[in-house]
Design a binder for this molecule. Structure first.
Ligand code: G16
Length: 544
C-alpha cells in the first residue's frame, strides 16, 4: 500500500458559502485545489479512523474525477468504508438518507446545486455530518480555518475504482461499496406516503402529470418511483437522463429556467400537475394547470394538509422557515397551535431544530421543502407530498391553493434577483442600508408604515450559537416586508436578492397579479436601497 504525503500551499478562497464550497470547474481543476479542501475537511474530523463515509454527487462535469481522488484520499486518511453511489450519483436528499440509514460518520456531496454545469460551469463540494445534514457553521468555519494553513495532503496510489459495478472492493485498507443510489431512498418515500392512493390517481386515466428532471440527478429517482413504482405512464418524466452539462441548461426549477415544463403546463391540453427538481435533487417547483405555487405557499399548504399523509398523520411538532420566506406558514402554525421558527437562509440552520424534535416540516422561498425524514431539503419528497394530497382531496392544485388563501389570507410574494453585479458595489449597497436602517423605524413610506428595520440575527434555540448579518429586514405595520441580502451560492460577482411580501386577507383581491400587488413595495425597495445606482441595472435578472 503506497500512501503518499504531498506538500501543498493554501488557497485563500476556500470559504464555504450558504451550502458548501462552490466555484467554477476551472477553479476546482487547478492542481491541489480539490485535494486541499478535502484534506481540510478530513483534518477537522476527529475520530474518523475506521469510520464510514458516504460519497456521491449530482453527476455534473468533474464529478467522476473528483470521486476517484476523494476515494484515494479517504483510504489514505484512515476511513474504513466509503459508500459511493453507482456512477458516482447520489442526489443530495438520497445522500442524507443513506448517511442516516447506514449510521455513517458523515458524507461528501459533490454538487453546485442549481448552478449550470459542464466544463464552463460550476462545481461544488460540501460535507454533511452524521445526522445527514449540512455541516453547521462551527464545522464549516473549522474547515475554512484549516484550508488557510494546510501544508500537506495524503493520497493512496491506486488504480481508479469501477463505479459502474455494484458491490464491494478494497483499495488499501478501505472498503469501497458501490451502492444503488435509489433503493434506500425509494423505500423511505414508500414508508411516508400513501403509495396505493397515489398509484390509483396516476393510473386512473383522469389525472396527468409531468416531472422535469432538467437532465440532472433526479432522472433515475423519478423514473424508478413515479413511473416504475407508482405506475405513471412512461414519458411522465421528461429530461430524465442525467448529463454532465445538464443538456446546456440551467438546472434551477423556476418559471424562467424550467421552460420545457412551463410550456406544457401553460399550453393547450396541459397536464393537471407539473413539477421540476434541480441539479442535485433537493429543490422543487410545483405547478398546477396554468398555475404556479410559490415555494412559500407550498410549505404552508403542506403544513395545513399534513394530516392527510400517513407519515405525518400523528401531527407536526412545529414548522420552520428561513427568514426571507413568506410568513404564510406562520399563519397555519398559529391556527394549528404549533411553533413556527424563523431561521437564517441555509438548510443547515434547520438541523438542530429537526434533531431536537422541535419541528417536523421546513421550507425556504428558494424552492426548498423538507421534513425530519432526512436532513436536507428534498425535491421528489415534496412532489410525492403534493401527489398524496391531490389523491386524497381530489381537487386541482389551483382549487387547493385558493381555498387555502380563503382560510388563511394570501401572502403575495416575489423575489427579485440582480445577478453578477460588482461585488464591492453590492457590499456598499448593503452597508448603506445597514447605516440607514435605524432611522426608518416609524417612518411612513408611501402608504406603508415601518414597524421595524434591522439586520437579522439568529440565536439557535438548541445550541444558542448566534449568526449575525443575515439580511436587512424592513417590516411594515400591516405585516408586509422587504428583505435585502446577498446570495451565498453565486460564483460570479455578487447576487443581490430583494424579497417582497404583502399580506392580503380579502379574498376578492386574491386574483391580483403578484407583481401588481407588490408594485408599491417594489418602488419603496428602490427608493430605500437605490438598487439601480448601486447595481447599475435597470431591472432584476430573474424574478421568481
Ligand atoms: C442553498 C441552501 C439554501 C438556500 C439557497 C439559496 O440551496 O441550501 O438553504 O436557501 O442555497 O441561498 P442564497 O440565497 O444564499 O443563494 P442549494 O439548493 O443551492 O443547495
Amino acid at each position: 500500500m503506497n500512501i503518499r504525503t504531498l506538500a501543498t500551499t493554501p488557497f485563500l478562497d476556500q470559504k464555504p458559502g450558504t451550502s458548501g464550497l462552490r466555484k467554477s470547474v476551472k477553479v476546482f481543476q487547478q492542481p491541489r485545489y480539490l485535494e486541499n479542501f478535502v484534506q481540510s475537511i478530513f483534518d477537522t474530523l476527529d475520530g474518523r479512523e475506521g469510520q464510514t463515509l458516504v460519497l456521491g454527487g449530482d453527476g455534473r462535469y468533474y464529478n467522476r474525477e473528483a470521486i476517484q481522488t476523494i476515494l484515494k484520499m479517504a483510504a489514505a486518511n484512515g476511513f474504513g468504508r466509503v459508500l459511493v453511489g453507482r456512477s458516482g450519483i447520489l442526489s443530495t436528499p438520497a445522500a442524507s438518507c443513506i448517511i442516516r440509514h447506514y449510521r455513517a460518520f458523515g458524507g461528501i456531496i459533490l454538487s453546485a446545486s442549481h448552478n449550470p454545469g459542464g466544463r464552463e460551469g460550476d462545481f461544488g463540494i460540501k460535507y454533511n455530518t452524521s445526522n445527514g445534514g449540512p455541516a453547521p457553521e462551527k464545522v464549516t468555519e473549522a474547515i475554512y480555518a484549516r484550508s488557510k494553513v494546510i501544508d500537506a495532503y495524503h493520497i493512496l496510489e491506486a488504480p481508479n475504482v469501477d463505479l459502474e459495478r455494484l458491490g464491494k472492493l478494497e483499495i488499501g485498507n478501505l472498503t469501497v461499496e458501490v451502492i444503488d443510489p435509489v433503493e434506500s431512498y425509494a423505500k423511505l418515500m414508500e414508508s411516508l406516503f400513501d403509495f396505493e392512493r397515489i398509484h390509483q390517481l396516476l393510473t386512473s386515466g383522469q389525472f396527468r402529470m409531468c416531472f422535469d428532471s432538467m437532465h440532472a440527478v433526479t432522472g433515475p429517482y423519478a423514473h424508478a418511483i413515479l413511473e416504475q413504482r407508482l405506475g405513471a405512464p412512461s414519458g411522465t418524466v421528461i429530461n430524465g437522463k442525467p448529463l454532465e452539462d445538464f443538456g446546456g441548461g440551467h438546472p434551477d426549477p423556476n418559471l424562467v429556467y424550467a421552460h420545457d415544463l412551463v410550456e406544457r403546463l401553460y399550453g393547450t391540453s396541459a397536464p393537471d400537475f407539473g413539477a421540476a427538481s434541480d441539479g442535485d435533487g433537493d429543490r422543487n417547483m410545483i405547478l398546477g394547470r396554468k398555475f404556479f405555487v410559490t415555494p412559500s405557499d407550498s410549505l404552508a399548504v403542506l403544513t395545513a394538509n399534513a394530516h392527510l399523509v400517513p407519515g405525518y398523520r400523528q401531527g407536526l411538532a412545529g414548522v420552520a422557515r428561513s427568514m426571507p420566506t413568506s410568513s404564510a406558514a406562520d399563519r397555519v402554525a398559529a391556527q394549528a397551535g404549533i411553533e413556527c421558527y424563523e431561521t437564517p437562509t441555509g438548510w443547515k440552520f434547520f438541523g438542530n431544530l429537526l434533531d431536537a424534535g422541535k419541528v417536523t416540516l421546513c421550507g425556504e422561498e428558494s424552492f426548498g421543502t423538507g421534513s425530519n425524514h432526512v436532513r436536507e431539503k428534498d425535491g421528489l419528497w415534496a412532489v410525492l407530498f403534493w401527489l398524496n394530497i391531490l389523491a386524497v382531496r381530489q381537487e386541482s392544485v389551483e382549487q387547493i391553493v385558493h381555498s387555502h388563501w380563503q382560510k388563511y389570507g394570501r401572502n403575495f410574494y416575489s423575489r427579485h434577483d440582480y445577478e453578477g453585479v460588482d461585488a464591492d458595489r453590492a457590499k456598499e449597497l448593503m452597508e448603506h442600508l445597514r447605516a440607514n436602517a435605524p432611522e426608518l423605524k416609524g417612518q411612513q413610506l408611501r402608504h406603508y408604515q415601518v414597524k421595524y428595520c434591522d439586520d437579522f440575527s439568529y440565536t439557535d434555540p438548541v445550541d444558542h450559537s448566534t449568526s449575525q448579518h443575515q439580511g436587512i429586514r424592513i417590516g411594515f405595520t400591516d405585516g408586509s416586508r422587504i428583505v435585502f441580502r446577498l446570495s451565498g451560492t453565486g460564483t460570479q460577482g455578487a447576487t443581490l436578492r430583494v424579497y417582497l411580501e404583502s399580506y392580503e386577507p380579502d379574498p376578492t383581491k386574491h386574483n391580483l397579479d403578484t407583481q401588481q400587488a407588490l408594485s408599491t413595495l417594489i418602488v419603496i425597495a428602490e427608493e430605500v436601497a437605490q438598487i439601480r445606482k448601486f447595481t447599475e441595472r435597470e431591472a432584476p435578472t430573474v424574478i421568481t
